[in-house]
Each structure stands twice: as structure tokens, then as C-alpha cells.
Design a protein around this ligand. Structure first.
Ligand code: AMP
Ligand code: MG
Length: 203
């Protein structure tokens, strides 16, 4: 099964991936941006992943997306793809999974995770390792809305199922509660497709 996981940058996707990796070590987790970055480093001398959306000409960016999708589609077994339904470029929204790319990647499921905007802003402020865009609540919410539409469009092109995990109005009762809920949701999807139920881990 191929699952695409999308959520706004800086909202905690990588943390969810790490949670899933620990519980289901045989699932391959691949970051779409990493694959694009590897290709971009060689071709354009890009130094940092957050430069890609600013420094690569759009035609080349399109080719990188397509090459990354082809590479990921060739991976055997269960794969979870950490990526974006849309990328904010110059104040507008560029499709992360345009038809051509979605059709190549061909995910079985697209899982969209949505949060209260103020929670995303707080998480971004707490991550000094990345050059995240600084945005208002309104801008964050607009991007989440755009992502819904883009996810539906991508699902249509790829004939995939869209799942929406909406954490708005559901603040965490303890740290990493959202990570666990979203992680378990994806684990259930994958085990369901394998026809297995969850085995209790020894920990
Ligand atoms: P991330 O680490 O998930 O924030 O991704 C870093 C960068 O990778 C993004 O800012 C984009 O430039 C690029 N990226 C990731 N997924 C896609 C995609 N599906 N289409 C285009 N660019 C992408
Ligand atoms: Mg990430």
C-alpha cells in the first residue's frame, strides 16, 4: 500500500513518521522533499531544502517532482510518503501532486492532517532548524483550505481515497497526543490493507 501523508510544513509530520517507523519498522517512509533535494543538489547546487521552492525555475521544479514521483512509485512494499498537497510559492499555492505527478505516484490513500492554526504557528516557532515561512493564523488556515482542494484533485487524478484527520478544536491533552492519534490511524490503514490487526508491541 502507498499512503501519502500531507499536513502543513512545520505541523509535525516528521514526528508522526518517526512514531510510525518505530511501531511498523517494515514500512518504508520516504520524504518527497528529500528525494527532490537530492536531485536538486546535483543539478542546481542547492544547499538547503528550503531553498528549493525559491530558487528552482518552475519547469525544472516540475521535472524534479515527476522524477521524485517515479522513484517513489518504483519502491516495493508498503510506503508512506511525507509530502505536501500544495507548496506556498510567492504567496500563491503550487500543486504538490499535480495530475501528472499524482498519476505516477498513484497512492492508495491520501491522508490529510489539519490543526488549529495557532498550534501550527507555535510548533514552527519551536523549530529553529528549518527556514519555515512566518505566517498569520489566517494565512495558515487559508493554506489548509487550499490543501483540501488540492488533495481532492490529486485523489481524483490518482483514483485514491482521501482521509481527513481534523484536530481543529481538539487541543492535545498531553504532549504528542496528536502524533499518536494520526500515527495509529495510518498504521491501521496499512495493517487493514495487509489483512492484519495490530500486534501489541513488546514495549
Ligand atoms: P518538507 O520538508 O516536507 O517541508 O519539504 C521541503 C520542500 O520539499 C518543500 O518546501 C518543497 O519545496 C519540496 N516538496 C515536498 N513535497 C513536494 C511536492 N509534492 N511537490 C513539490 N515540492 C515538494
Ligand atoms: Mg517534515
Amino acid at each position: 500500500m502507498r499512503v501519502v501523508l500531507v499536513a502543513l510544513p512545520g505541523s509535525g509530520k516528521t514526528t508522526i513518521m518517526n512514531y510510525i517507523r518505530e511501531k511498523l519498522p517494515d514500512v518504508k517512509i520516504v520524504n518527497f522533499g528529500d528525494i527532490m533535494f537530492e536531485l536538486a543538489k546535483k543539478k542546481f547546487g542547492i544547499q538547503h531544502r528550503d531553498e528549493m521552492r525559491k530558487r528552482i525555475p518552475v519547469e525544472e521544479y516540475r521535472r524534479l517532482q515527476e522524477e521524485a514521483a517515479e522513484y517513489i512509485a518504483s519502491m516495493p512494499g508498503d510506503v508512506i510518503v511525507d509530502t505536501h498537497a500544495s507548496i506556498k510559492i510567492g504567496g500563491g499555492y503550487y500543486p504538490g501532486l499535480p495530475d501528472r505527478v499524482a498519476a505516477k505516484l498513484k497512492p492508495d490513500a491520501i491522508v490529510l492532517i489539519e490543526y488549529d492554526p495557532q498550534e501550527i504557528i507555535k510548533r514552527r516557532a519551536g523549530d529553529p532548524t528549518r527556514a519555515r515561512d512566518v505566517e498569520s493564523e489566517e494565512e495558515v488556515e487559508m493554506h489548509q483550505m487550499a490543501n483540501r482542494y488540492y488533495a481532492f484533485a490529486a485523489a481524483s487524478a490518482a483514483e485514491s481515497v482521501v482521509h481527513i484527520i481534523n484536530f481543529r478544536g481538539r487541543p492535545q491533552k498531553r504532549p504528542f497526543e496528536h502524533t499518536e492519534i494520526a500515527g495509529e490511524y495510518v498504521i491501521k490503514l496499512i495493517l487493514g490493507a495487509r489483512g492484519q490487526t495490530r500486534q501489541t508491541s513488546p514495549s
